[in-house]
Design a protein around this ligand. Structure first.
Ligand code: PLP
Length: 394
């Protein structure tokens, strides 16, 4: 049917109809719409009543986030997932969905700095108490739970930053389940190395900014778990404005295509690099869960099998040598994040752990000479040549 003639202003202002096509795009289209067109009022009731599926307003959900959340949930073996604007968005929404005034959040004692800050500094203002436990000793969680009847959530990480201590997820999950308290595990450093849900962990968060997106061009996060628990997190994330956007979700979906290949490759390269670093006379100590010298190597083998991830920490003698090493690297950039296709180094004392009190730093093993490496996809010999020549300059 021919269109009614309309003015230029009208023609330009109206959204075009979806293109007619008997075929569908093979890859997911980016759908940036912030709001969706609804046929009528009854359909609104159907959407809100759960009788119809569909999108309504992008902060509550949109196609690209939905596709990404589904993929991540399936990858982790969970019922459902929600995408948030950052890893911290996902963690904060989960904490907010579970914490309450007069209740307590138990934190493993080497968490990502901002996760600890969120609970200790920010939520304390709202009357949420906290406590700590040692993730390498599930008994310390049992003791902390026994001492506090008001715990609403336990938070742990699969691999700690920067020394890559390994949490025995099955043991910690069993203790939390025994007490009937939900457990959130931040699995950012260890995607695919193990599946926490299968080990009994009810809630799993990722900073998608890191390894899952994999190209250092996205800021995004997600949490997966049982449908009901995730529904509650989704509602909180929408109310607090923490949900993620369409383009970032699309980029993360795109990055995740190669995740299994990258995990395989970076784990192999990291193990070899860790061995060579450990044998180098200028290196005082190497932390890599794949090395027999790592304090949690036995747990790591049981939990991860023969892949131990992309992250290594190692120590040279003092801040000056660390600085000379960082400046001496010809190709490997100093960039305080992780998970890119390109290998990067970071200096935890002045970046991720900046400003923490000396006692906490000593406990976390963050010394002035500590360097953290996020291993990328380069050839291992080329990487080693760069580290070897830079170590020679220290
Ligand atoms: C980066 C990171 C976060 C926070 O993620 P953002 O996307 O930067 O908000 C949380 N946990 C761990 C372990 C991280 O490395």
């Amino acid at each position: 049917m021919p269109h009614e003639p309309v003015s230029d202003a009208t023609l330009c202002s109206r959204s075009p109809a979806p293109p007619r096509s008997s075929t569908e795009p093979l890859s997911p289209p980016i759908q940036l719409a912030s709001v969706f067109r609804i046929a009528g009022i009854d359909e609104v009731d159907d959407l809100f009543g759960g009788r119809a599926e569909g999108f309504f307003y992008a902060r509550d959900g949109h196609p690209n986030a939905s596709q990404l959340a589904d993929k991540l949930a399936r990858l982790e073996g969970a019922e459902a997932g929600v995408v948030c604007a950052s890893g911290m968005g996902a963690i904060a929404a989960t904490v907010l969905a579970n914490a309450e005034r007069g209740g307590r959040v138990l934190l493993s004692d080497e968490l990502y700095g901002k996760t600890t800050t969120l609970v200790v500094r920010e939520l304390s203002r709202f009357g949420v108490a906290h406590g700590f436990f040692d993730p390498s000793r599930p008994d310390s969680l049992r003791e902390a739970l026994a001492a506090a009847p008001d715990v609403r959530l336990v938070v742990a990480e699969t691999l700690s930053n920067p020394l890559l201590r390994v949490c025995d997820l099955a043991a910690v999950a069993a203790v939390a389940a025994e007490a009937g308290v939900p457990l959130l595990v931040d699995h950012t450093f260890a995607p695919l190395l193990c599946k926490p849900i299968a080990l009994g962990v009810p809630l799993v968060a990722h900073s998608l900014t890191k390894l899952i997106s994999g190209h250092a061009d996205v800021t995004l996060g997600a949490v997966v778990g049982a449908r009901e628990a995730i529904g509650r997190v989704r509602a909180v994330a929408s109310t607090f404005g923490q949900t993620g956007g369409a383009f970032d979700s699309w980029l993360a979906l795109r990055g995740a295509v190669t995740l299994p290949l990258r995990v395989e490759r970076t784990s192999r390269t990291a193990l070899e690099l860790a061995r060579r670093l450990e044998a180098h006379p200028k290196v005082a100590r190497v932390s890599y869960p794949g090395l027999p010298s790592h304090p949690d190597h036995v747990v790591a083998r049981r939990q991860f099998g023969d892949r131990f991830g992309a992250m290594i920490a190692f120590e040279v003698d003092g801040r000056e040598r660390a600085d000379r090493l960082i400046r001496g690297l010809r190709d490997v950039p100093f960039a305080p994040s992780l998970g890119d296709a390109e290998t990067t180094v970071s200096h935890p004392l002045t970046t991720s752990h900046r400003g923490q009190d000396p006692e906490a730093l000593a406990k976390a093993g963050v010394t002035p000479g500590l360097i953290r490496v996020s291993v990328g996809l380069e050839d291992v010999d080329d990487l080693w040549n760069d580290f070897d020549q830079a170590l020679g300059l220290t």
